[in-house]
Design a protein around this ligand. Structure first.
Ligand code: NDP
Length: 790
C-alpha cells in the first residue's frame, strides 16, 4: 500500500504481539495448574480440573484445579499460622517484600501482559500500557505504605486473615488492589480469582515464591463461585473484600452478617458521562472511547450513560458515530485494535439479550461499522440514544461496549438524571467551565468523579462507590484503613443487659406525661398510639415514651432526607451550631445529671461526669467540623486528584444502653459535624436523656429534620430501620444478635453499617469513643480528578 493510500484510509495494518512467551510459560507448567497454598503449588488428589480458554480464539489454554473444602481449610490455616509473624516483622520489613514483588513483576511485565490478554481477551495495548503498569505501581505504592505504617498509623493494626474474591475484567489489577494493601498493613490473604481468568494470578504465585515471600502470607485458590462462598464464610476470615456484581455482593453481605467480619464491597455501576455545551467536543468524544470502549465496556466504572446538553446533541452524536466507525475490533494481541474479545460466550449472550430486550422500550440504535472477526466472542461498539431514564437500558449494568444516552437542558437536570440510578460509582463531567464542573462533581452520588477525563486510576487515590455500588475504598491512605482496625479494640464483655421495662400501655390514659417522638423539628405522638413506661433503678415509673414503629421510622427518614442541605452548609456554621448545642447542654447540666441518676441509679458524681464528658465531646466535634480535611493525592498526572470528605447522607443510629446520654452524644456529634442528618433510636431502657434533649436542640439552631429521634424497643424497630431503602448508613451499638440483623437486612440497599457485635465500648474512654474512627464512619471520600494544562 502506498503512503498516500495509508494516509487516506488510515489503515495502519496489523501489529501482532507474539504469544510465544506466554505459551512457553504454560507449557513449562504442563498446561495444568494446582492451588497455591502455604507457599507452594499443591495438586491434591481427586480434584476436578476445568479449562481456561482464550476467548478470542476459543482455544483451551490450560486446565485449572477446582479447590474443595479441604483446600480452603488448609489455605485458611496457613494464612492464620503466618499472620502474627507477618504483622510482627514490622512495616519496613514488609515493605521490602512488596518492593521485591513490584521489581519482579516489572521484570516479567511482558509475560504478564501477554498472559492477561490471552486469558481475558483484552487488547494487548491495554494490558501492556494500563493494567500491568498500574499493578506494578500498586505494589510500589504499598511498599511505601508498609514502610510508613508504624509511624503514620500507630493506632491501627491488621485485621488478621483476609478473604478476597475478584472478578475477571481486570484480573491482575483487581488482585493487586486487594493483595498489596492487605499485605502492607500486616494481614495475610486467601484469594480466589475468577474462574475465567486465573492464569495471571497463578503466574503471580510464582513471583511470590521468587520474591521469597514467607509461606502462608498469600494463598491463591482457584475454582468457581463455591470456592468464593467457602472462603468468605470461613471462621478464620477476619475481613472480606469482594469485587464483582451487585447481586453477589448482596449475597455476601447477607452471608457474612453477624460473623464479626469487616467487609468492603466494590460492585457494579452505571456511571454518567455528562457533556455540557461548552465542552471540547472532540476531547469528549475521545474520552468516550476510554469510558465505554476501554476493555470492551467490561468495566464497573464504565461511562455507560451519556447525557448531552440538548443544544449540541446532534453535533456530538454525529462526531461520536463517526469515531465509532473508525474503532478497530479484533485479535486482542494486535497492538492496533481498540476493542478485543468479550470474556465468554455467556457474557456475549447476556449483552446481546440485554440490548435486544432493552430496545423493546425504545431508543435509537447505532452500531459502529467495524468489521468483526469470524470467530471468538466479539460485540461491536454500540450507541443507543433517546433512551428514557427509567428504561432497563438506562438502569441495568450491561457490562459490554454499549453506550446509552439522552439529553438534558440545565445543570440541575443533568445532576438529576445522573443520580437516577441505584448505583453510585463514578462520573465524568465535560465542560470548559471549571466552576460548573466543581459545582456538579459534589452533587453526583459517586465515589469518583473525573473532570474532562475519564477512567483515571492510581494507587495513591481511593476508588470505590456508594449506594448499590458498595462501600469501602481501594487505594490511597483511605484504602489502607479498610485493611486495619483500631488497635485499642473493644472488650469482649457482653453489653450490659438493663432492667426490663413493663408492658406497653395506651398513651392517652391519665395525665399525658409521655415523651413524644422528635421528627422534622416537631414533637409528634407515636404512630402506634402506644407508649411504654420507663422505670427508675428503684422500680418506680418515672415516665412514658412513645413506642415507635415502621411509620415513625419512615417519617423520620423522610424528614432527615429533606434536611440534607445541612451537608452543604459550611463546616464553620456546623461548628458554631455544635458549640451552641454544647453550651445549651451545659446550662442544664444539673438537670441532665439528675435524670441519669434517676434512670440508672448511678451515683451523682458519675452522672455529672457523664454529662461533662458529653459536653466535651460535642465541643470536640465542633472543633473537628472544619478540620477533618480532605487531601490532594500525588497521582502521576498533570492535574489534581482531590479527595473530598463528604457526608455519608442520612445515618440511622441505634444507641447504646450504656451511658444513655454520652453514648448518644458520642454518636450524633461526629455525624452532625460532618454534615449528615440522623435518625436516632435512643437507649431502650434509658431514653429520657434523649427526649430531654429536644428542648436543647430547639434552642441551638439545629435545622428541623437534621436530628430525628424515635423512641422504640430495639428488637421491634430493628427490621424497619435496617431494611429502609432511603437510609445511607446504620450504626448499631448493642447485642451481637441485633448486630447480625442490622448487617443482614442492610443488604436491601447495601447501606453502610457499623456495628459492635455485642462488644463493649467504654464511652468514657476517648480512645474508644471519640476521634477519627467516628469521623471516617461519618464521611464518604470522593476523589475528584481535575487535569490541568492545555
Ligand atoms: P460475579 O459477581 O458473579 O463474580 C465475581 C467473583 O465472585 C468471581 O470470582 C466469582 O466466581 C465469585 N463468586 C460467584 N458467586 C459467589 C458467591 N456466592 N460467593 C462468593 N464469590 C462468588 O460476576 P460474574 O463474573 O459472574 O459476572 C456477572 C455479571 O456481573 C457480569 O455480567 C457483570 O454485569 C457483572 N460484573 C461486574 C463487575 C464489577 O466490577 N462491577 C465485575 C464482574 C462482573 P466465578 O468466577 O467462578 O463466577
Amino acid at each position: 500500500m502506498k503512503i498516500k493510500e495509508v494516509l487516506e484510509t488510515m489503515d495502519y495494518g496489523n501489529a501482532p504481539e507474539s504469544a510465544e512467551i506466554a505459551k512457553a510459560w504454560i507449557e513449562k507448567n504442563n498446561a495444568r495448574f494446582g492451588l497455591f497454598i502455604d507457599g507452594g503449588f499443591q495438586f491434591p488428589e481427586d480434584r476436578e480440573y476445568f479449562d481456561t480458554s482464550n476467548p478470542a480464539t476459543e482455544q483451551v489454554l490450560a486446565s485449572i484445579c477446582q479447590a474443595q473444602s479441604q483446600d480452603v481449610e488448609k489455605a485458611m490455616q496457613s494464612a492464620r499460622a503466618s499472620q502474627a509473624q507477618w504483622e510482627d516483622i514490622g512495616g519496613p520489613a514488609r515493605a521490602k517484600y512488596l518492593y521485591a514483588l513490584a521489581r519482579l513483576m516489572q521484570k516479567h511485565a511482558r509475560l504478564f501482559s501477554v498472559v492477561e490478554t490471552l486469558d481475558n481477551g483484552k487488547p494487548i495495548r491495554e494490558s501492556r500500557d494500563i493494567d500491568i503498569p498500574l499493578v506494578i505501581r500498586h505494589y510500589y505504592f504499598h511498599a511505601g505504605a508498609a514502610q510508613l505504617k508504624d509511624s503514620e498509623m500507630p493506632d491501627q493494626r491488621a485485621h488478621g486473615v483476609v478473604a478476597q474474591v475478584i472478578p475477571w475484567n481486570f484480573p491482575l489489577l483487581m488482585m493487586a488492589w486487594k493483595i498489596a494493601p492487605a499485605l502492607a498493613m500486616g494481614n495475610t490473604v486467601v484469594i480466589k480469582p475468577a474462574e475465567y481468568t486465573s492464569l495471571s494470578a497463578l503466574l503471580f504465585a510464582e513471583i511470590c515464591m521468587e520474591a521469597g515471600l514467607p509461606k502462608g502470607v498469600v494463598n491463591i485458590l482457584t475454582g468457581d463461585g463455591r470456592v468464593g462462598e467457602m472462603i468468605i464464610s470461613h471462621k478464620e476470615a477476619d475481613k472480606v473484600a469482594f469485587t464483582g456484581s451487585t447481586s453477589i455482593g448482596r449475597r455476601i453481605r447477607e452471608a457474612t452478617a453477624g460473623q464479626g467480619k469487616e467487609l468492603t464491597l466494590e460492585l457494579g455501576g452505571k456511571s454518567p458521562y455528562i457533556v455540557f455545551d461548552d465542552a471540547d467536543l472532540d476531547s469528549a468524544v475521545e474520552g468516550l472511547v476510554d469510558a465505554i470502549w476501554f476493555n470492551q465496556g467490561e468495566v464497573c466504572c464504565a461511562g455507560s450513560r451519556l447525557f448531552v446538553h440538548e443544544g449540541i446533541a446532534d453535533v456530538f452524536h454525529e462526531k461520536l458515530r463517526a469515531r465509532m466507525d473508525k474503532l478497530r475490533i479484533g485479535d486482542p494481541l494486535d497492538k492496533s485494535v481498540d476493542l478485543g474479545s468479550i470474556i465468554d460466550s455467556k457474557q456475549l449472550k447476556s449483552i446481546t439479550e440485554r440490548v435486544k430486550e432493552g430496545l423493546k422500550e425504545g431508543g435509537n440504535l447505532y452500531v459502529g461499522k467495524c468489521q468483526l472477526p469470524d470467530s471468538g466472542y466479539y460485540y461491536p461498539p454500540t450507541l443507543i440514544t433517546e433512551v428514557d431514564p427509567s428504561c432497563q437500558l438506562m438502569q441495568e449494568e450491561i457490562f459490554g461496549p454499549v453506550l446509552v444516552g439522552s439529553t438534558f437542558r440545565t445543570p440541575d437536570e443533568a445532576v438529576a438524571l445522573a443520580n437516577n440510578t441505584q448505583y453510585g460509582l463514578a462520573a465524568s463531567i465535560w465542560t470548559e467551565n471549571i466552576n460548573l464542573a466543581l459545582d456538579i462533581a459534589p452533587k453526583i452520588k459517586c465515589g469518583v468523579a473525573w473532570i474532562n477525563t475519564t477512567n483515571q486510576f492510581d494507587a495513591s487515590a481511593g476508588f470505590g462507590g456508594t449506594r448499590e455500588s458498595g462501600f469501602g475504598r481501594e487505594g490511597g491512605w483511605e484504602g489502607l484503613y479498610s485493611y486495619t482496625r483500631p488497635a485499642n479494640g473493644l472488650s469482649d464483655s457482653i453489653v450490659q443487659i438493663k432492667p426490663k421495662n413493663g408492658e406497653s400501655i395506651p398513651a392517652d390514659i391519665g395525665i399525658d406525661r409521655t415523651a413524644k417522638q422528635f421528627i422534622g423539628g416537631k414533637q409528634l405522638r407515636p404512630d402506634s398510639g402506644y407508649s411504654y413506661p420507663i422505670f427508675s433503678s428503684k422500680g418506680t415509673q418515672i415516665g412514658l415514651v412513645g413506642q415507635g414503629n415502621r411509620k415513625d421510622i419512615r417519617n423520620a427518614v423522610e424528614a432527615a432526607n429533606l434536611a440534607k442541605k445541612w451537608g452543604q452548609s459550611t463546616a464553620h456554621l456546623r461548628a458554631q451550631i455544635l458549640y451552641y448545642l454544647g453550651e445549651n447542654l451545659s446550662i442544664r447540666a444539673t438537670e441532665f445529671s439528675e435524670r441519669i441518676v434517676d434512670m440508672t441509679g448511678e451515683d451523682i458524681t458519675s452522672a455529672r461526669k457523664e454529662v461533662e464528658l458529653s459536653i466535651e465531646r460535642i465541643f470536640t466535634y465542633a472543633a473537628w467540623a472544619d478540620k477533618f480535611d480532605g487531601a490532594t493525592h500525588s497521582a502521576p498526572i498533570r492535574g489534581l486528584a482531590l479527595a473530598m470528605n463528604e457526608p455519608v447522607g442520612t445515618i440511622g443510629i441505634i444507641c447504646s444502653d450504656d451511658f444513655p446520654l454520652l453514648g448518644l452524644v458520642s454518636a450524633i456529634a461526629p455525624a452532625l459535624a460532618m454534615g449528615n442528618t440522623c435518625v436516632v433510636i435512643p437507649s431502650e431502657p434509658y431514653p429520657l436523656s434523649a427526649t430531654d434533649l429536644y428542648q436543647v436542640f430547639d434552642t441551638s439552631d439545629i435545622p428541623a429534620g437534621v436530628i430525628n429521634l424515635v423512641t422504640a424497643k430495639h428488637d421491634e424497630i430493628v427490621e424497619a430501620i435496617s431494611g429502609h431503602m432511603d437510609l445511607d448508613a446504620l450504626w448499631y451499638f448493642g447485642s451481637s444478635g441485633l448486630s447480625a440483623t442490622v448487617e443482614k437486612l442492610s443488604a436491601t440497599n447495601l447501606k453502610r453499617t457499623w456495628v459492635n457485635h455485642g462488644k463493649f465500648r467504654n464511652w468514657t474512654d476517648s480512645s474508644q469513643a471519640e476521634g477519627k474512627e467516628f469521623l471516617r464512619q461519618s464521611t464518604e471520600i470522593k476523589n475528584i480528578w481535575v487535569p490541568y494544562g492545555e
